[in-house]
Design a protein around this ligand. Sequence first.
Ligand SMILES: [Fe+2]
Length: 200
Amino acid sequence: MAETRNPLKTRRKTEINCCVKEIRAMISSNGVTPPTLAEVRARLLELSTHQDLFNTEIFPVQNGDNTSSLYLLSEDDKHEYALYAFSETKGNMTPPHDHTTWAVIAGIEGEELNKFYRRLDNGENEGQAKICESHSEIVGAGTGVTLMPADIHSIHCLINQPTLNFHLYGRSIEHLPQRKAFNMTDGTYKHFSANPNIYK
Ligand SMILES: [Fe+2]
């Protein structure tokens, strides 16, 4: 259907554009710092209150995607300010990983457990890394977490309820080839690539 004939789609695009424009202004003025990212989180949580525009019926886990689906909502022409809707169901989880860019997650529906880790080694041995869990937070409607580029987290969807979050990255995950996924038991890490199946 043509965009002009779909008022919901048009309104969603307008709200997304407005939100990203304001977030870009925050980062441009104040730089990438934890306080700025907290402001970004608040703005994303404001966007998440538009439940008619962002919900698990519009952004479901797609058939064939196992336990999660990723939708690209917006990015600029340099693949920066990449905003995604991340949909997941019980059992979805990731290993501990970093992003190599700033990231903000804001809850819309359901619950996602975020575990955070501290790196204990000095990074001098390529492929080796010692990490330990430092704390955890639940992301649900009205809450979110922020990550600086080197911060490490893992996500876990543990509840029997469709879960939807915004994920906003300083740069599109398709353009972050140096992200590291950590194996805590072995004390190693590997670079990993983006999920090849991103809905656009
Ligand atoms: Fe992540």
